[in-house]
Design a protein around this ligand. Sequence first.
Ligand code: MLZ
Length: 447
Amino acid sequence: ERREISSSGFDWGKYLIDHGCQACPVHLFPHAQMALHWAEIDDGVKVEVLNLDCPVPTKVYWIAQVTRVAGYKALLRYEGFGDEEKYDFWCNLCTHDVHAVGWCATMGKPLVPPKTIQFKYSNWKNFLVQRLTGSKTLPNDFQQRVAQSLDCPFLVNMRLEVMDKTQISRMRIGIVEEVVGGRLKLRYEDSDEANDDFWCHAGSPVIHNVGWSEKVGHRILVASKDYKNVPGYKNCKPEYFTSVKQVKTCGFKVGMKLEAIDPLNLSCICIATVKKVLKNGYVMIGIDGSEAADGTDWFCYHCSSPSIFPVGFCDTNDINLALPKDCKEPFSWEEYLKETGSEAAPVNLFNREKIPHGFVPGMKLEAVDLMEPRLICVATVARVVGRLLRIHFDGWENDYDQWVDSQSPDIYPVGWCELVGYDLQPPANLKAIPSSDGLALKKKPKL
Ligand code: MLZ
């Protein structure tokens, strides 16, 4: 049974504080909006923000200081409150009425101190001048930068090739139905079922330009020979898609063994076999033991993919290698290779690039449930193994965990859903924690 829990009411700020957790900083996500501009956004930055403690009916503003940053969100304190943290409030810097200091003066908007502390100073102007001298603020064009960072070349009704979610070994033609923050809601062109959609990020490795399958020798389901052009529809241009390292021949040979993230169970790294070598460095990989006889569950990985690993990777990194059902235990690669008469794919064929990143276990983020990619959920970095992350979905069993690359476009900073206007799935077990005003936050959903 599906549980739909609306994000309205999920309070990241309170959740982080109640659980004593940090959020992954925005600049760790290369595909995230504002990633390049976020390193400067730090404690002590001052902003102009709506004054919510003011009896006048018009919008007035006041200066506040960032006291903590969590993803796109910041805990703010109005100037004049000193060390008093009682009135601190969380605010998404990208979506709220937040501006650089000086914006009100430029726009002719009044700066009015909060009513609670109005009595504290008679000369507020002097106070502000003192407080603001030498302080940092947002860049002047902060709001424009946010707007620009939401630009995306993919437009509604454009066509592309997308992995068939019902048979991952082949592609189908997809049509962009919606674009949200760089994520695409795709509809299979040949499908007449309503709601038969597939969500993925514009930078996902499972989408390509129309014509890609034919070029690399991948299987594609098409309705007619003239599938490449449909009157009235534009195709997404090749340059819209994430580029992979250009390789002519990749060195992988049919039958070679390796370890790979199971595309149908991302909590497992499994024994896998190269089943087919396509062009331009793409290979079809089958998971040993779970292969459909007809190869319908083979999965296409580029040879530079960070989701395939040389034999021994799990052992070296103390990860449980998932074994085929009838596999002898304890498992030995040496014996397995002998028994199956196969060779291990040489280590130098894999992408061994070290990707420095700042993800640390325990950090919180928003992550796509790739088994149901419509869902973006409250999640935690559970493990870090080089560039690889194990993502845990808060409140869900560990079986739902997913191994993803640290540069995966399917993980986002705290506050991302709010920024792009998408529903965030709160933790499954969110208990009713009495909030400061005595109201229960949320009922525990039925399991
Ligand atoms: N249909 C699934 C949804 C699980 C969503 C979990 N997301 C982390 C189930 O209820 O098992």
